[in-house]
Design a protein around this ligand. Structure first.
Ligand code: SIN
Ligand code: CO
Length: 374
């Protein structure tokens, strides 16, 4: 799906990337003309009460914020009375096809950067308080109106002991009321505060920016299953030492040489990234098909009508490697562009010219619930 011309308020994608992306906020009036949201508050509340859905309820009593995490019962989100509150549901694109389709408008940003679509609902006055996020976000207004206040302040100190990350001293620099279809882009660390002006739903398209520390730690986790270090400790020339408790220079040297055998190259880093960035969050489970098509019926179905990714699937690729939901697969040169196209578009209209290995791989993914015939 191509992006709407209005999406960036008259800017080309290249102009937006050059002047705003990761640099400064951008308000886009009527980015999505006629957009009024994809679901209503009742549907969002039902989703918040669904097993395996990450959701939060934020309430404000006399200016003090409180936080409750899912699982919720419908009663938790009813009769909240006169207090200010908001419910926020992560990964709405994993459950609602129209939400996944909305994300396709943002495909000018690589899939590897995408986190998910979060949707919030708040009656008048609700919000999560002034804060900053460490990711890029497009805040698209669904139905209702939300006042957004922002600040590029350097002071990021938070209220100590609060259950949410609330800025201690938020100094509003700019503010706007967004109506349905308006959108605000915020780069990481731009302080913001969204207050519902009336019954209001906001769609947050979030893009992850992993900390280097996280990348490095996770790379070591990835590497530990793949290293190949020869030999074992040996000391046929062992000498006596004055302090038996001391680690000797010889032992240290031998271990250093062993550890120096741990090597990695760019392909290891690419494969780590593919696995790490396509890894489903821990609460995500895939549903096996029911009833199951036989391999022959599956092949017939995908050759005729094509195949699509399950809403929860994340698929990336790099140089002959395909990554899906944390798994890596080396594929042949003929199948790679076919699978890359599936990863790009999240569907293939037909799978006519695939190798036997491709059909087998797709069948395995079908059994795992990663894909389904259209
Ligand atoms: C909201 O939708 O209320 C919160 C979004 C955000 O501030 O990140
Ligand atoms: Co935020």
């Amino acid at each position: 799906m191509k992006s709407k011309p209005s999406l960036l308020g008259g800017l080309t994608v290249n102009e937006f990337l050059r002047d705003y992306w990761q640099k400064k906020p951008l308000l886009i009036r009527q980015a999505f003309p006629k957009f009024n949201g994809l679901i209503d508050p009742q549907q969002l509340i039902a989703l918040a009460c669904t097993e395996d859905v990450q959701a939060r309820l934020v309430t404000q009593r006399r200016g003090k914020f409180e936080l409750q995490q899912a699982p919720f019962e419908p009663e938790d989100l009813e009769n909240l009375g006169k207090i200010k509150w908001t419910v926020l549901v992560q990964g709405v694109n994993h459950h609602i096809p129209e939400a996944a389709a909305l994300l396709k408008h943002f495909a000018f940003i690589p899939h590897a950067r995408l986190d998910d679509l979060m949707v919030s609902y708040a009656p008048k006055g609700g919000g999560v308080g002034p804060h900053f996020d460490s990711y890029d976000v497009f805040l698209l207004q669904g139905y209702g109106h939300r006042r957004w206040q922002i600040s590029t302040q350097a002071d990021r100190s938070l209220i100590a002991g609060a259950p949410l990350r609330i800025l201690r001293d938020f100094k509003v620099e700019q503010e706007w009321v967004l109506k349905p279809g308006d959108m605000l882009y915020l780069p990481p660390h731009c302080a913001h505060n969204g207050i519902a002006e009336d019954d209001c739903m906001t769609y947050s398209i979030g893009f992850r920016t992993p900390a280097y520390q996280e990348l490095a730690e996770q790379f070591l986790v990835y590497l530990q299953d793949r290293i190949d270090v020869d030999g074992m400790y040996a000391d046929p020339d062992l000498k006596t030492q004055k302090h038996p408790s001391e680690i000797s220079a010889a032992m240290l040297h031998q271990t250093e040489q062993a550890i120096k055998q741990v090597r990695w190259d760019k392909e290891d880093i690419a494969n780590f990234l593919g696995c790490y960035l396509s890894e489903p969050k821990t609460h995500i489970f895939f549903d096996a098909p029911e009833p199951v098509l036989s391999p022959a019926k599956f092949k017939q179905a995908i050759q005729k009508l094509g195949v699509r990714l399950a809403l929860k699937s994340q698929m990336l690729c790099h140089d002959g490697w395909i990554f899906i939901n944390g798994e890596e697969h080396r594929v042949n040169q003929r199948d790679y562009p076919v699978l890359r196209s599936l990863a790009d578009e999240r569907e293939l209209p037909t799978v006519k010219d695939g190798s036997i290995e491709l059909i087998e791989l797709l069948y395995q993914w079908y059994l795992d619930g990663y894909i389904s015939p259209i």
